[in-house]
Design a protein around this ligand. Sequence first.
Ligand code: PHE
Length: 341
Amino acid sequence: MIGQLNAIEQEALAALRAVEAGDALENWRVAYLGKKSPLMTILGDLRALSREERPAVGKRGNEVKNALEAAFAERVEAIRREELQHSLTAGALDVTLPGRPIPHGRLHPHTLILREMYSIWAEMGFQVYRARDVETDEFNFELLNIPQHHPARDMWDTFYTTTPGVILRTHTSPGQIHAMREYCPQPIRVILPGMCYRYEQISASKGIQFLQMEGLAVGKNIRLGDLLGTMSEFNRRIFGPERKSRFRASYFPFTEPSVEVDVSCANCGGSGCNVCKHTGWLEIAGAGMVHPIVLKNGGYDPAVYSGFAFGLGPERIAMLKWGISDIRYFWSNDLRFLEQF
Ligand code: PHE
């Protein structure tokens, strides 16, 4: 029996030396120290031996067991060290190499131009008022003094929905009525930014979906001079202090009188180039004094209150400021375009 134990010990230690990897180790443990291993079978069955044999076999058996356990622990540690060493050398990485640059997201030119405009208008006391994109015919036209069948409706090619009377707003002007009805009879100074929708032929300068920024000031003693001064100041702040402003008589059903606002061409300084089509001027807004009927529709007594309104095209301003030649770039999602901002 003792000889058998010695043989087990020798075989086991020899087998252990041959073990190379973690899973083979476990197989070895099961084979030589597991419940059903020959060693454990002998140790578990000592009672079957004679009284004389029992102490010696038990002692030797335990010695072998301890020896194997110690050898096993040592081998486990050795293999772990080897594997660590291997992974350190084989998968070596040069921590001094520069990292890969993480691409930065950036703001869309729509966001950039809106933020710049917000801050200019905020400095002049205008706060942002949000109005809805989906409008009714009543707000988009009728309350703005554009009755059904009025020929001025031709100025806005409209997207209609399947619900009668519900349309996509063709301009931000219906927001004037919402703002007036909310604030009446207090004085108002708001800008209304947002998307507008027109059934247009898409081109380099026209989209079917585009930004507008409406402005509205209502109060007592607001005059045309206030509108002209405000627009001139905006032009200087957004395009530079050298910029001059020009106002041309125009027509909108919801303003009287109405003007078109031009700014002297930033590209040529007013001497004429292909950006301004050799006129020296660029059109940037429609504007005017709020029509008495519109004031009344907003809840204000036109005998007491007056106001001015304007409608700016943020994309157009961005195109002029940053030399963008085609309005379709704004929606093209072309990184070569977007990464320039
Ligand atoms: N709503 C007009 C348009 O889209 C612009 C405008 C706004 C004109 C406010 C006058 C006053 O053409």
